[in-house]
Design a protein around this ligand. Structure first.
Ligand code: SER
Ligand code: ZN
Length: 469
């Protein structure tokens, strides 16, 4: 634990990490209180960076050994991470740590839930698994080996090897550490095979505890409809040979879009006709879709830093709203979304916690998973779509996917594709991302000498840190 007062992080202070990561290989030897994690990471100097200090985040880790290019090193360790002298050339970092998943009650990093191992790494949980540049703009392909006697051993990507007491996974798509996932336990799957629009055969599995067998049918059906919808409406097909979803009883968030291995709070997966309400089914469908849609808006294209959180969340909420509208009643969905916005986001925007869709500083990023970032962020995208029309929107999105695939992006990148695809100047629109508060629009009308005049006047009441409109 650290005694130091947490320091705020500022958007304006962003600088790229001094090194690129070409490859990450992780080996987990699972044990409740003494899991060993070995990491082999290929680093090379980042030509786009000027600061070459080698600092790796790491919290609550017991360092067993560290080496650079095979030579043991003794890093300087603080409660936040480690630093070390490194060569000014590509090098291999080998490190072994010990962690205690059973004692991890924060449910961040690797922890246990009813005898099963699972992870939650967004936003900053990976640093509780091993030392790493735990920031979303550092993207790398991961290979993972899990050693355990438990029957089901899962990680991101495609399965590449399986034997008694171990499994290996390889994720070819470069990803940031917050999308890393591992699950090990006694689980049973509800499965289906799916052929993508690009002809890829994908094994779909929804893993639950044996006692919950039979309760994942609706989640699986929702997943298949989400996959088809994303192909038809956004031209986005799935990109691995398997897609796994796991239901976990203890989970901090609703669900999490880890690449190829989504992890869900079990209440958003499990349903049986005897007990589930219509609302339960609606929520399962929506959240399964939301996490699946992140595969493109979040995983393939991610955020440069956590200030850009709405880049993936606002967009993905907007996409899941469109999906629900298509699957059900568009009018009812819109009424529900507006009711939620008024009940939750307007309150946030009109109180002491008001903040812009893209905040300029934070002390604890976990406090920014808010209705403003998610729901107001989604409304901004709805406004953009209305401004440029459905065809302009599709053109802009196609450009976003082709230009930024594999990158960690910003709100500026996002708006730029709309400007480039439609020729529209969005300088003023951009203020929606930096201005907190709910604007008030005053409408007055006038009819004189055969002329009808409509006056619209807009003002935004002051919010904390933004005294003026
Ligand atoms: N990234 C997660 C989600 O929104 C966090 O809840 O799906
Ligand atoms: Zn999300």
């Amino acid at each position: 634990m650290t005694d130091a007062t947490p320091q705020p992080v500022f958007l304006k202070d962003y600088t790229p990490f001094g090194f690129l990561v070409d490859r990450v290989e992780l080996t987990f030897r699972l044990a409740p209180t003494e899991t060993r994690v070995r990491a082999r990471i290929a680093f090379r100097p980042n030509p786009a960076a000027t600061d070459r200090r080698f600092f790796l985040h790491g919290e609550e880790l017991t360092l067993i050994s560290a080496a650079i290019d095979g030579h043991p090193v003794t890093p300087a360790i603080t409660p936040a991470g480690l630093s070390c002298e490194v060569p000014d050339a590509p090098f291999t970092w080998d490190c072994e740590v010990e962690i205690a998943p059973k004692e991890n009650t924060a449910l961040e990093g690797l922890y246990m839930s009813n005898g099963m191992y699972c992870t939650q790494c967004e936003a900053e949980g990976f640093r509780k698994i091993t030392f790493y540049p735990d920031r979303p703009d550092v993207m790398a392909p991961f290979r993972v080996r899990i050693e355990s006697d438990l029957p089901v051993l899962l990680s991101n990507g495609n399965p590449v090897a399986r034997g008694t007491g171990f499994a290996e996974w390889d994720d070819p798509w470069p990803k940031p550490s917050y999308l890393f996932a591992l699950v090990a336990g006694e689980l049973v799957a509800t499965s289906e095979r799916y052929t993508t629009s690009e002809g890829r055969e994908v094994d779909l599995n929804i893993w639950v505890r044996p006692a919950d067998q039979g309760k994942a049918d609706y989640a699986l059906d929702s997943l298949i409809r989400s996959m088809r919808w994303d192909e038809e409406v956004y031209g986005r097909a799935y990109d691995l040979d398997v897609f796994n979803i796991v239901a976990v009883d203890d989970f901090n968030m609703g669900a999490m879009e880890n690449k190829g291995l989504n992890i869900f709070n079990s209440r958003y997966v499990l349903a049986s006709p005897e007990t589930a309400t219509d609302r339960d089914y609606e929520n399962i469908e929506r959240i399964i879709a939301h996490e699946y849609f992140h595969n493109w808006t979040g995983d393939r294209i991610t955020c440069r830093d956590w200030f850009q959180l709405s880049l993936k969340e606002g967009l993905t909420v907007f996409r899941d709203s469109q999906f629900s509208a298509d699957m059900r009643s568009a009018a009812v969905k819109r009424i529900e979304d507006v009711m939620t916005l008024r009940a939750r986001q307007f309150r946030e925007d009109n109180g002491p916690l008001a903040h812009p869709v893209r905040p300029e500083s934070y002390t604890e990023i976990n406090n920014f998973y808010t209705a403003t970032v998610y729901e107001k962020g989604a409304e901004l995208i709805g406004m953009l779509r209305r401004l440029v029309g459905p065809e302009g929107y599709r053109k802009a999105l196609d450009l976003y996917f082709s230009r930024h695939d594999g990158q960690a992006c910003t709100i500026e990148d996002w708006l730029q594709v709309f400007e480039d695809a439609t020729g529209r100047d969005l300088t003023r629109f951009k203020r929606w991302y930096s201005q907190a508060g709910t604007p008030r629009v005053k409408v007055t009308e006038d009819f004189k000498d055969g002329t009808y005049t409509l006056h619209l006047e807009q003002e935004t009441p002051p919010t904390p840190g933004q005294d003026k409109d």
